[in-house]
Design a protein around this ligand. Structure first.
Ligand code: DX5
Ligand code: ZN
Length: 223
């Protein structure tokens, strides 16, 4: 069942020079989750942050850390991210051949297990793992960078996965990541998404511009 929308600002678009203050600012401005994009320069063409940074910002808020691992191989690093303070650990369907084992491992560490799909990966590729996942993350850009344009063709995939989730009767979050702004937010919520990642739309321009972080987070919720 589609739940009330949760907003997960992506700290990829934050000012890294004051990262702790940025995380605190979104946490006190209505963010539901803190989305942390981990990239390895191999699975995706960019390198971002590792477990040490996650551990450091864990001190500033108790909001759930939604850790999006865009790395391959991923298994050797899961324990480190779990220990650094991740609450949700999401791995890519495309990151390796043994995704079921990876998801089981995440759950064995007491964390929520998410699976993410690149734009070219079909909904059907996760039909046999929905019995163990806690979250599905549909990429609406090719992963690697913030500030890219929303890929419209992914909307039908969101709707398809909404239906698949509802058929299981399980409590699975349906999150969307990439190019989310107040317009595309409406489209993906209509298609069945109930958690939205937003980097540029929340952090773009810094905390002072156009209503600040609280105003922009509220706008994405569509209320
Ligand atoms: C892309 C990342 C996203 C990104 C979203 O690879 O997974 O989380 O930060 O940024 P925007 O909202 O700017 O598209
Ligand atoms: Zn992400």
């Amino acid at each position: 069942m589609q739940k009330p929308v949760r907003i997960a600002p992506s700290i990829l678009s934050a000012d890294f020079a004051t990262l702790g203050a940025e995380v605190e600012a979104i946490a006190t401005s209505g963010a539901d989750w803190i989305h942390i994009d981990v990239m390895d320069g191999h699975f995706v063409p960019n390198i971002t942050i590792g477990p040490a940074v996650v551990k450091a910002i864990r001190k500033v808020t108790e909001k759930p850390f939604d850790v999006h691992l865009m790395i391959s191989p991923v298994d050797p690093y899961i324990e480190d991210f779990a220990e650094s303070g991740a609450d949700i650990i999401t791995v890519h369907r495309e990151a390796g051949p043994h995704i079921h084992r990876t998801l089981q491992f995440i759950k064995s560490l007491g964390k929520k297990a998410g699976v993410s799909l690149n734009p070219s990966t079909p909904a059907s590729s996760i039909s046999h793992i929905l019995d163990i996942v806690d979250l599905v993350l549909v990429m609406t850009v090719n992963p690697g960078f913030g500030g890219q344009s929303f890929i419209e063709g992914q909307i039908s995939k969101i709707a398809e996965i909404r239906q698949m989730i509802d058929e299981t009767g399980r409590d699975i979050d349906l999150e969307v990541d990439g190019g989310i702004n107040s317009e595309t937010a409406k489209q993906v919520i209509l298609a069945g998404a109930d958690a939205l990642v937003a980097g540029t739309a929340v952090f773009g321009g810094g905390p002072e511009k156009s209503g600040g972080y609280a105003g922009r987070i509220q706008q994405l919720r569509g209320e």
